[in-house]
Design a protein around this ligand. Structure first.
Ligand code: ADP
Ligand code: MG
Length: 650
């Protein structure tokens, strides 16, 4: 008795209908999912001519019983589902029972499979949906599906295929994604004679990320650990608890991508595209990253199968959550909390020679596939933990100064000019000068490396030395050299202070001697009416003043008169553009960011020692000292390790 059944019409009719075979990558996806569902621990994908000529997937999964080999090609034939209620909690990647027949209908397909329970296997050959052969065969256990001449009988579809490289890039991306979801399995992707991906089992997701993306990318990521949030649902049988788990990696806010290509989201092991999850991710980075940029993210959300409906779209890449807004907030809060906790400091790039030789950034990896330039691959071994000498070190007492600084330093000049640069976080090069030194391990290296702190908590103990161009504060700490952008640092301090004061309902204000009257457009007037209350609770006192004019009688403290008008225009303009759809919270943050930017110390401003110390201390006291409310980095660190590496001392 086989395992595969034909679904009844009642069940079949409830399955999201539609074509799944659009391009070679869709064939790879379906076959790969079948292999994973069959418990394979190793999957090998062979491709020729971008998948047009050949796609072969070999797995070591549990195989099919001989009786099932033919049945698998019937429509709605599956071993993964039998009743309608099974659709409510799908635990496998497949469930539609349509992939094999659909692929066989548009190609020349050979299935070779043997279950461990049987001594002989079966070989089935089908071309354009017609069964050519079905015979017993002596085979290793597991399954091999070979798909040749895709779309040979559907010329219209064939015409729509893109170039070989493009189709191949899609396949490579897919294989990479699935390899990330299964670090314990082997994945191999071959295009003709070239090996595009080969990863061997590793214990941790971190190791797989290293194998796939290389050490440089891994260094830019923050580990989410395992986050959990429970939802209590009142049901007929009392209160039920549903747990949601989130793990994975997200990038430091300084890693800013221009598109969403570096965002990978898996729900219960299934790669999905979901607007809600994307939104939660952007919300987590709100005010940490410019709105038009995206982070790198590798998210694994796991929950009870009953909490997600995967039967939404035939390609199974979309899902619907039963408790969408709960999941949204859970994901947003978890990522935000990790970013806050870890306070990762942006670091200078290591000199080129210090990079792991074989590592290749992911973008470059896919680029090479696009360009058919198959150079060295990402390394297939996990990173060695860098060995650090174990030496006891003496800790200096924390800097005793500045315990009484809680207010603004006296005499921060009001803003005179606006010094906003476009986001440009290209750090200063730290390329080494001169050749390597043979005697590299001095006591210096041993002591400081142990104490290296990777986060911004150390800001409090930094000693400012001076400014570069009256704009960037140079400071030294035990763990290296720091450069702090004074404008954005102050911006972050003010931003958080304003929001805090707003939350307590007392934003500090200054009355203006003469009201400022500004002219607004009709659109701005409508916008003004909508946000006037919020503006007024953020420290402004404004009121409509006749037709198309607004009078400002008071403004938040610390803002120069010349800036007040600019803030208002800026808020109205962004409000028209962005905030209309945004929440009150976003509007509030937007206004606070505008005020903070205008009130903050400008670049090209000389600061005395006291002010620099105050600034660093206040920055250390912020919740999020890494980036300004517009997402630019605040501080760059040249760690002791980088310095020693630069001088070839380690
Ligand atoms: P589905 O995956 O939705 O069940 P498919 O058409 O993809 O539908 O596959 C039909 C059935 O064939 C599966 O339910 C499974 O029992 C069997 N099958 C397909 N591929 C494999 C494989 N690689 N190893 C073992 N069984 C497989
Ligand atoms: Mg399937």
């Amino acid at each position: 008795m086989g395992r595969i059944r034909i679904l009844s019409d009642t069940v079949a009719n409830k399955i999201a209908a539609g074509e799944v075979v659009e391009r070679p990558a869709s064939v790879v996806k379906e076959l790969l999912e079948n292999s994973l569902d069959a418990g394979a621990s190793s999957v090998r994908i062979e491709i020729e001519s971008g998948g047009r000529k050949l796609i072969r997937i070999t797995d070591d999964g549990y195989g099919m019983l001989a009786d099932d080999a033919m049945l698998a090609f019937e429509r709605h034939a599956t071993s993964k589902l039998s009743e309608v209620k099974d659709l409510d909690s799908i635990g496998t990647l497949g469930f539609r029972g349509e992939a094999l027949p659909s692929i066989a209908a548009v190609s020349r397909l050979t299935l070779e499979t043997r279950s461990k329970e049987e001594s002989t296997g079966a070989r089935v050959e089908i071309a354009g949906g017609r069964m050519l052969k079905c015979e017993e065969a002596a085979l290793a256990s597991g399954t091999v599906v070979t798909v040749r001449d895709l779309f040979f009988n559907v010329p219209a579809r064939k015409k729509f295929l893109r170039t070989e490289q493009t189709e191949l890039a899609h396949i490579a991306t897919l294989a990479t994604h699935y390899s990330l979801a299964h670090p314990d399995k082997t994945f191999q992707l071959l295009h003709g004679a070239s090996e595009l991906l080969h990863v061997t089992p590793v214990a941790e997701l971190r190791d797989r990320v290293y194998q796939v993306f290389g050490g440089q990318t891994l260094g830019e990521l923050v580990d989410l650990g395992i986050r959990e949030r429970d939802l209590q649902i009142a049901g007929v049988e009392g209160v039920e608890t549903v747990s949601f788990f989130l793990r994975g990696f997200v990038s430091r806010p300084q890693v800013q991508k221009l598109n969403r290509n570096s965002i990978f989201a898996f729900v219960n092991g299934r790669l999905i595209k979901d607007r809600m999850l994307l939104h939660a991710l952007s919300a987590a980075y709100h005010n940490l990253m410019p709105p038009s940029c995206y982070p790198f993210a590798l998210l694994f959300l796991d929950c009870d199968a009953g909490e997600v409906d995967v039967n939404v779209h035939p390609s199974k890449t979309e899902v619907r959550f039963r408790h969408g807004s709960f999941v949204h907030d859970f994901v947003r809060d978890s990522i935000r909390a990790v970013l806050m906790e870890s306070r990762p400091a942006p670091v200078f790039p290591l000199p080129a020679h210090a990079q792991p030789a074989a590592s290749l950034p992911y973008s470059e990896f896919t680029q090479r596939i696009e360009n058919q330039d198959f150079g060295p691959l990402p390394p297939a071994v996990p990173p060695d933990d860098e060995e650090l000498p174990e030496v006891a070190i003496e800790r200096r007492p924390a800097n005793p100064r500045r315990s009484d600084f809680s207010a603004e330093p006296p005499g921060i000049p009001p803003a005179a000019t606006r010094e906003d640069r476009p986001p440009d976080n290209r750090p200063i090069s730290s390329a080494p000068v001169g050749g390597p030194l043979p005697d590299s391990h001095g006591p210096l290296a041993q002591g400081v490396l142990l104490d290296e702190q990777q986060n911004l908590t150390v800001l409090r103990d930094l000693r400012p030395l001076g400014q570069i161009h009256d704009s960037f504060i140079i400071a030294v700490g035990r763990d290296g050299l720091w450069i702090i952008d004074q404008h954005v640092a102050h911006e972050r301090i003010l931003f958080e202070r304003i929001l805090r004061e707003r939350a307590m309902g007392r934003v500090e204000m200054q009355q203006l001697l003469l009201p400022i009257v500004i002219e607004v457009t009709a659109g701005q007037q409508i916008e003004y009416a909508r946000i006037a209350d919020e503006l007024n609770s953020m420290g402004f006192e404004t009121e409509p003043f006749g037709n198309r004019t607004v009078a400002i009688k008071a403004a938040p403290a610390g803002v120069g008169t010349a800036e007040i008008e600019k803030i208002l225009y800026e808020v109205l303009e962004t409000s028209e553009r962005e905030f209309r759809r945004a929440s009150l919270d976003d509007l509030r943050r937007g206004i606070a960011a505008s005020i903070a930017c205008r009130a903050a110390i400008k670049i090209n401003t000389r600061l005395d020692q006291n002010k620099m110390e105050w600034l660093l201390d206040a920055l250390a006291g912020t919740e999020y000292p890494m980036s300004c409310p517009h997402g630019r980095p605040i501080a760059l660190k040249y760690s002791m390790r980088d310095i020693l590496k630069g001088f070839h001392r380690i």
